[in-house]
Design a protein around this ligand. Structure first.
Ligand code: NAP
Ligand code: 8YV
Length: 320
């Protein structure tokens, strides 16, 4: 018997790919790489494998009458047209929780890297500049004010780590958290005005587009640092570059960008900025856990079993 067909809409991680290939015929980006072949293939597609950065449009979903799931390898699914998926009765799943620790770890690493000038310090030593030093002073992290934009799974894990550094923690979110002892601010601007480090951990998509804009950056101020481990779309990248160039903020630590994998040259040339290639969940252990969960969701959907981790919008459908 032939294996059920699955479409990978992006280059998916080898751990996820290998797991899928055990049970399914995986078609790698056929919709983009060979549109003619895709016309014949599309009605056979039973599942869609995606990443957190993938675009799964209404147009694509409309071509997949027999798709039973979009299984995202990642917690963020802002590129998936969930409204269309719901209309077509195609559940969307993601991988919440298993990557939370890694993303929080990287957020703290970026706080420390920009505050303590780690990325400047390494070439300073290697290039023999130490004898003519000293290197410029850093910004003390312990005891500083940390503002978290989005107190969800990742935001809370960042706060937990920051407590060990004795940081004063504030946050903003869509709603105040009754069970949180951290100080709530109704807007990102208000939070920025009271933060030394502003860490962004919201989902991407229309609801958060340019939530961090020129006004928020001005409120963060010339001694403030922006850290983004959420999505590039949440920050107005042009406003950020201007703010960094003109000293409106002190520096930034960025794991995500507006047009990945392309990073503006301006950012690459700034010593007060630390850049990482969307790698917050990129450890062997976490990528394996993400692959296991994304695969489990795919398999459950194709075997008619309950989904492990459907996105909240689909959970609402199940409840109704
Ligand atoms: P989560 O538990 O759903 O938390 C999201 C938080 O964002 C919630 O507290 C939510 O507020 C808040 N939020 C949503 N819209 C907002 C808005 N307009 N203004 C202010 N706050 C808003 O999600 P998570 O598991 O922590 O993941 C968060 C995001 O991190 C993902 O969606 C993804 O984009 C990103 N991420 C990036 C990487 C990476 O590699 N860099 C890895 C994993 C995840 P309420 O609680 O009030 O609803
Ligand atoms: C991954 C992510 O880098 O979970 C997310 O939302 O952005 C990251 O964990 C991504 O999904 C893998 O491509």
């Amino acid at each position: 018997m032939s294996k059920p067909d699955v479409l990978a809409v992006a280059r998916i991680h080898p751990f996820y790919q290998k797991a899928l290939e055990r049970l399914y015929e995986v078609h790698d980006r056929t919709h983009e790489l060979d549109p003619t072949a895709f016309l014949a293939l599309a009605p056979r597609i039973r599942g869609v494998a995606a990443t957190g950065e993938s675009v799964v449009s209404r147009g694509l979903l409309a071509q997949l009458p027999n798709a039973q799931v979009v299984s995202v390898f990642g917690v963020g699914y802002d590129g998936v047209d969930v409204t269309a998926a719901l209309e077509y009765g195609i559940p969307v799943t993601h991988t919440p929780g298993v990557l939370t620790d890694d993303v929080a770890d990287l957020a703290l690493a970026l706080v420390l890297a920009v505050g303590r000038r780690l990325v400047e310090a390494d070439p300073f030593v290697r290039a023999g500049q130490w004898p003519a030093g000293p290197i410029a002073l850093g910004r003390k992290v312990s005891g500083a004010r940390l503002g978290i934009v989005g107190l969800g799974r990742i935001g809370k894990a960042i706060a937990h780590r920051a407590q060990a550094f004795g940081m004063a923690i504030g946050y903003t979110a869509r709603t105040e958290k009754a069970d949180s002892a951290y100080r709530f601010f109704p807007t990102a601007r208000d939070l920025a005005a009271e933060s030394d480090f502003l860490v962004v951990t919201t989902p991407g998509g229309a609801g958060t587009r340019h939530l961090i804009n020129a006004e928020v950056l001005a409120a963060l101020g010339p001694k403030g640092y922006l850290i983004n481990v959420a999505r590039g779309s949440v920050v107005d990248e042009h406003a950020l570059i201007e703010a960094l160039k003109s000293g409106i903020i002190a520096g930034a630590g960025l794991d995500v960008f507006a047009h990945e994998p392309h990073v503006p040259q301006d950012l690459c040339e700034m010593p007060q900025v630390v850049l990482t290639p969307h790698m917050a969940s990129a450890t062997t252990q976490t990528r394996q856990a993400m692959a296991d969960l994304a695969f489990a969701n795919m398999r459950a959907a194709l075997e008619g079993q309950p989904l492990r981790t459907p996105v909240p919008e689909w959970q609402q459908v199940l409840k109704a």
